[in-house]
Design a protein around this ligand. Sequence first.
Ligand SMILES: NC(=O)c1ccc[n+]([C@@H]2O[C@H](COP(=O)([O-])OP(=O)(O)OC[C@H]3O[C@@H](n4cnc5c(N)ncnc54)[C@H](OP(=O)(O)O)[C@@H]3O)[C@@H](O)[C@H]2O)c1
Length: 276
Amino acid sequence: MLNNINKTVKLKNGIKMPMLGLGTWLASNGQEVENAIRIALDVGYRSIDTAAIYGNEKSVGKAIRESDIPREQIFVTSKLWNSEQGFNSTLKAFNNSIRKLNINYLDLYLIHWPVRNKYKESWKALEKLYSEKKVRAIGVSNFHIHHLNDLLKEADIIPTVNQVEFHPYLTQTELKQYCSKYSIQFEAWSPLMQGNFMSVPTIHNLSEKYGKTPAQIILRWDIQHNVVTIPKTIHEDRIKENVNIYDFELTVEDMKKIDSLNKDHRFGPDPDSFNF
Ligand SMILES: NC(=O)c1ccc[n+]([C@@H]2O[C@H](COP(=O)([O-])OP(=O)(O)OC[C@H]3O[C@@H](n4cnc5c(N)ncnc54)[C@H](OP(=O)(O)O)[C@@H]3O)[C@@H](O)[C@H]2O)c1
């Protein structure tokens, strides 16, 4: 039974990443995101996901610095935005993120989207940042198999993480298997289908069966699939609810029931048709 809020996974370079963290997309800079992070750290979260484009790095950093938790116990992820891709511009963008967050290093820096003809140069910059120990791990986000194949042809370092849209309607089986083959940790964004999980009958049935909420059923499914998950909420009751998933276990049969809900349906953009 996976029964610990501090459950981590070891990334391919040996560092540990919490299996569950707090997402912060659409959590506004200022009181909103600061409160959410304060509550999350109080109840035991040790991982925060932000990005330059979210416009909240300043407050994310403030909440982390003002907490009683030592910096080294909190796993901080940020991401390189599309318009900043390229070698020198990536180095500059990283410095901007660090300056806004006002912390000395990132735990994980991701290329946010695979911008055509740019992501390989950007990756070289991430490799430089990693070799200079400015970031403890580097990875990608929204990379399909063909993007990864292309990147791996020239990369000196294989990405440690691929953060992609993943939930019961988009199970990404082939990509997940590919990542597993290269020990690239799979991480789910929009794990709660951006809030659209309420209308899924199977999830409701399982919620009744286990006496857990629909959100807890889905997040538990992530963890049992060894997928790192970062549900976003700014509400105290949901922050607590979303991490209270370590006192039950889905059976193999129920895991398969959720797997079978896949419709290859995206709530976010497809990386192949994203308007970069
Ligand atoms: N790499 C990328 O391209 C990318 C893209 C999208 C997201 N992300 C990251 O992934 C994180 C999570 O994804 P997401 O924010 O898109 O969506 P999500 O976590 O799937 O869903 C968030 C929505 O669900 C609601 N919610 C959260 N917990 C709930 C609960 N227990 N019961 C009912 N509703 C609940 C939230 O509302 P309230 O806040 O009002 O509670 C919010 O509207 C983001 O915040 C971001 O950090 C990354």
